[in-house]
Design a protein around this ligand. Structure first.
Ligand code: IMP
Ligand code: MG
Length: 182
């Protein structure tokens, strides 16, 4: 089993890059189909979604705009109820079809905060594409329109996701090793 160490924690391989690419391609196909006659504005949630977004966008054949927002809630391995806005919305969203690109929906608190802010800008509609989803940790009720892979509530890193800033560059996804689980 492939293991890596980041700071003080050990992680083991969980999802291969092959499996990730298959999930990305499935989402890309659905978006190409559903948005064929629309001109969506993509909002990429920084930092974590950067890698998913670049792989996804390369497979999109539709005309679109791409922008970035940044909210922060995680401290180390714990999500906090307090969501900080670091880079906000600058585009004109009135009447637009918005598609949010996220790496992972965990409790859903971060996404809920963004959704509430987005609706104030009167878009035509807002949909969500997330590579990963932790259904057992989800506390909110918004609908996720495109999900890549559902995973248990383990803490993971790689493919954009970090542990205290480390591991974002890894091409595959790792989960916290049994010995480091609380
Ligand atoms: P939520 O607000 O609890 O849904 O968390 C959303 C954000 O926390 C995601 O956009 C990620 O950036 C981060 N996050 C959630 N779960 C993990 C994880 O297992 N590893 C690393 N970051 C995570
Ligand atoms: Mg994120």
């Amino acid at each position: 089993m492939k293991r890596i160490k980041l700071l003080d924690k050990e992680f083991e391989i969980f999802i291969s890059n092959d499996e990730i690419q298959k999930a990305v391609s499935r989402i890309a196909e659905s978006i190409n189909r559903d948005y064929a006659d629309k001109e969506p504005l993509f909002l990429v949630m920084l930092n974590g979604a950067f890698m998913f977004a670049t792989d996804l966008f390369k497979q999109l054949k539709i005309s679109c705009d791409i922008s970035f927002v940044k909210y922060s809630s995680y401290m180390g391995m714990l999500t906090t109820e307090h969501v900080k806005k670091l880079i906000g919305i600058n585009e004109d969203m009135k009447g637009r079809n918005i598609l949010i690109i996220e790496d992972i929906v965990d409790t859903g608190i971060t996404m809920d905060t963004l959704l509430n802010e987005l609706y104030e800008h009167k878009p035509a509609d807002v949909k969500i594409a997330t590579l990963l989803f932790k259904p057992q940790a989800f506390k909110k009720s918004f609908k996720i329109n495109y999900t890549g892979i559902e995973i248990p509530s383990d803490f993971i890193v790689g493919y954009g996701l970090d542990y205290n800033g480390k591991g974002r560059n890894l091409p595959e996804i790792y989960k916290l090793g049994v010995r480091d689980k609380a």
